[in-house]
Design a protein around this ligand. Structure first.
Ligand code: NAP
Length: 252
């Protein structure tokens, strides 16, 4: 795999899974646009430290439609093209139903849907405009096992990720005439800041035991899946949802 001369936008590239994805593309020669929201220093340091192409850090709150537009415009201005969009940034809020009043429920729903579905959808739309002009590109959306298995304590999260799966599959169909690949990677538990409290807490052992490998996934394992789907020769797999969950939830 060689991503030389390709521009890859990774959202949420400063930490966790996004950081591993950015590193993987850079190690394969790609120029990585490292998006960050609050982790500016980490994103800028990563952009400077990685080998490969021309890397740079870009700010956006993806839950704001105007920030999404600014982000894609800045990348087009900076690089003149966009070959791969990886919608990785997201939030995970554990909220037991019984702990919420109606106002709290609505606020939690809106925060999660804005960050995990509307933001990525806006970026898909905007990136697709660039890729349609180029007559090619890859969009990889990071969903979750929770979209299939259910998220009883993070209802908005499960709903947003299920929506992202469906959006990706409809987009795969709509964008196929332009040779734009749209796929999904759906991880199970991965050891990052998002899950540290759960994995380090009393239920950590039971979570690891959900997989017959008896462990959580690593950000690098998710990055491998993203890079492979983005490689040339994968166009006929467009619309796929690739599970990376250590066989902790099997579907056929
Ligand atoms: N970890 C898991 O077990 C797991 C499992 C299934 C799916 N996933 C999915 O994988 C993706 C990455 O998760 P992770 O575990 O790496 O999470 P993480 O370590 O908590 O990182 C989350 C990233 O999202 C960015 N972000 C959050 N809200 C944002 C906003 N409003 N605008 C822009 N960026 C925002 C953060 O940027 P800043 O740091 O710059 O603020 C950060 O880079 C998410 O979509 C998550 O749902 C994770």
């Amino acid at each position: 795999m060689d991503f030389s001369n390709q521009v890859i936008l990774v959202t949420g590239a400063a930490r966790g899974i996004g950081r591993a994805i950015a590193r993987s593309f850079a190690s394969l020669g790609g120029s990585v646009a490292m998006h960050y929201h609050t982790s500016r220093q980490q994103a800028e340091a990563l952009a400077q430290s990685l080998p490969g192409g021309k890397h740079a850090a870009f700010h956006a709150d993806i839950s704001k439609p105007e920030d999404c537009q600014k982000l894609i415009s800045e990348i087009e201005r900076h690089y003149g093209r966009l070959d791969v969009l990886v919608n990785n940034a997201g939030i995970y809020e554990l909220k037991a139903l019984k702990s919420l009043d109606y106002t709290g429920w609505q606020a939690a729903w809106k925060r999660t849907l804005d960050a995990n579905l509307t933001g990525p959808a806006n970026l898909c739309f905007l990136a697709a405009q660039v890729m349609m002009r180029q007559n090619g590109g890859h969009i990889i959306n990071i969903s979750s096992r929770g979209a299939f298995r259910g998220e009883p304590e993070a209802l908005a999260y499960g709903a947003a990720k299920a929506g992202l799966n469906q959006l990706s599959q409809s987009l795969a169909w709509a964008l196929a005439p332009y040779k734009i690949f749209v796929g999904v990677v759906a991880p199970g538990f991965v050891a990052t800041g998002m899950t540290a409290e759960l994995l380090d807490g009393p239920q950590g052992g039971a979570i690891r035991a959900q997989s017959p490998l008896n462990r959580a996934g690593t950000p690098e394992e998710v990055a491998q899946a993203v890079v492979r789907l983005s490689a040339p020769g994968m166009l006929y797999a467009t619309g796929c949802i690739l599970d990376v969950n250590g066989a902790s939830y099997l579907r056929s």
